[in-house]
Design a protein. Structure first.
Length: 249
């Protein structure tokens, strides 16, 4: 019993120590940013991200520091990560749009079936986590309806309606959550972080150059081969580049 108690106390101590460390780093990073010491702020924000303390506000602040430090590729990467976690946040969306205005590559998207594009946009209204929470809430409504239907007399009709409403909406949102999860995992995206990146026709330094892309451009990852990755951009162009030139989302 004493051993279990010791382990429990040690776990709590470790948890609060980590929380205190994260809070200290957060305050130091924000202080460095406010004093326009952007390199120090970037170093502190990155140290938090390496500890898997990622949240929308952290990615957003890190993106601002990178942007102020004229590192467009990493700024857009941070904004994109923040947008994934909180797609409805207007400040994140606005700063991402501002950063994209600085892109050298103005790539037009390849034509897409309207309904397919609408569905993709709909799935991005909320994060996967938010869709999942909505799904759980719907099934809780169904459970409350079941309780009212079987254990009360005056509200049995209400309970019956809640069962059906919760069940139908729960199934619908479960499908949406699954589709959102599948979209994010099937479409492996990345951001170009190198200033200039030559796209090759094959995963080889001696292969001919096909075209040139620049930092901040969002690309799709198709497959990899050693230190190389096959990418495609929005207009349909495909080629190979070094993995170190891009950062996965």
């Amino acid at each position: 019993m004493k051993n279990y108690l010791f382990i429990f106390i040690l776990s709590l101590t470790t948890f609060f120590a980590k929380a205190d460390e994260a809070n200290t780093l957060w305050q130091l990073a924000n202080h460095a940013y406010q004093n326009k010491n952007y390199e120090a702020a970037i170093h502190l924000y990155d140290s938090m991200l390496r500890k898997n303390i990622g949240n929308p506000e952290l990615y957003y602040n890190a993106g601002n520091a990178y942007f102020k430090n004229h590192n467009l590729g990493m700024a857009i990467w941070c904004y994109e990560k923040a947008n994934q976690l909180s797609p409805s946040d207007e400040e994140i969306s606005t700063n991402l749009k501002i950063a994209r205005l600085r892109l050298i590559d103005k790539v037009d998207s390849a034509p897409e079936f309207v309904l397919f594009g609408w569905c993709k946009g709909f799935l991005k209204i909320f994060s996967i986590r938010t869709w999942a929470i909505i799904t759980v809430l719907c099934f809780w409504i169904m459970l409350c309806g079941w309780f009212l239907y079987y254990f009360t007399f005056d509200f049995s009709i209400v309970g019956k309606w809640l069962i059906w409403v919760g069940l139908i909406l729960g199934i619908c949102f479960l499908g949406i959550s699954w589709a959102s999860f599948g979209q994010q995992n099937n479409e492996k995206m990345a951001i170009v972080i190198s200033t200039n990146t030559s796209i090759k026709s094959a995963p080889d330094e001696s292969a001919p150059d096909l075209f040139l892309i620049h930092e901040g451009l969002k690309i799709k990852l198709n497959k990899s081969n050693g230190d190389w990755v096959n990418i495609s951009i929005a207009d349909g162009k495909v080629g190979w580049c070094k993995k170190m030139s891009v950062k996965n989302l």
